[in-house]
Ligand binder design. Sequence first.
Ligand SMILES: C[S@@+](CC[C@H](N)C(=O)[O-])C[C@H]1O[C@@H](n2cnc3c(N)ncnc32)[C@H](O)[C@@H]1O
Length: 265
Amino acid sequence: MKHKGFERLIREILPDMGYVYRPMNRRNIRRKVARRMEEAGIHEWDAYHDLLKIDGAERAAFEQVLRVTITRFFRNAGMWEELGRQITRLWTVQPDDRIISAWSAGCAGGEEAYSLAMLFEQLTSDGKLSQGWEILGTDSDTNSLKRASLMTCQWGSIKEIPDQLRERWFTEKDNSWALNPHAGRNITFLQQDILNDPLPGTFNIILLRNNILTYNTESVQRRFLSDLRRCMEPKGLLFIGRKETVPDDTGFEMLSDSIYCKTDD
Ligand SMILES: C[S@@+](CC[C@H](N)C(=O)[O-])C[C@H]1O[C@@H](n2cnc3c(N)ncnc32)[C@H](O)[C@@H]1O
């Protein structure tokens, strides 16, 4: 078999580290891991395999290399409409004067956190929401977080934004779109590993999309969701990715395809 050492490495080490082993994107992953091995001064797949078994810091670097950071604003736009309906349902029926706190966990370049800010602004200006809100965006990848602070992007990442919001929030210059800085006024970005660092607060809404529920094994997901429940307010909303599901009996009730609600303790 071609690239036998690499195949063995990912087939054996990924499940060991709590990741799902998927035979896809081989070439790309192989290239990225080879680059990381070079940085670590290692030239043989087997030697790198042995290093990963004993070196926690190298395992963390390897995990970061594997992480996919692709994202876009209002990814799967129909689901954001549904999120807007659920937010309206929860907070218009029982308005209170506490700030709504939301966390975009694994936010990549911040597009998801900014999308939520635009949604809150829209609901507010439509008279559907009267509370204040704040958003925390966290990711383990520092390059993605740098992108979040730039607030400029290319067409590919804004194409799903509803026209009205795109016109309101973005200005085009030389095929690059700049986001109005006002969109970031209630957002804080932090570097954080969601599986290994302490969870960062208590939230009414958590966005956990296209990361743990896609790339990690079910036992990692269950452990993480049990921690996540503890940092959610009663009736808190969990918003996940289009192709993802929340494992049964983890304390969440499905409200619609990608939106769950924390069940009572
Ligand atoms: C495919 S992107 C998805 C971004 C966004 N949530 C979305 O759905 O468009 C996955 C992001 O999750 C981050 N991520 C994955 N595992 C993580 C972890 N354990 N801690 C922090 N960030 C993580 C990756 O760095 C990456 O930026």
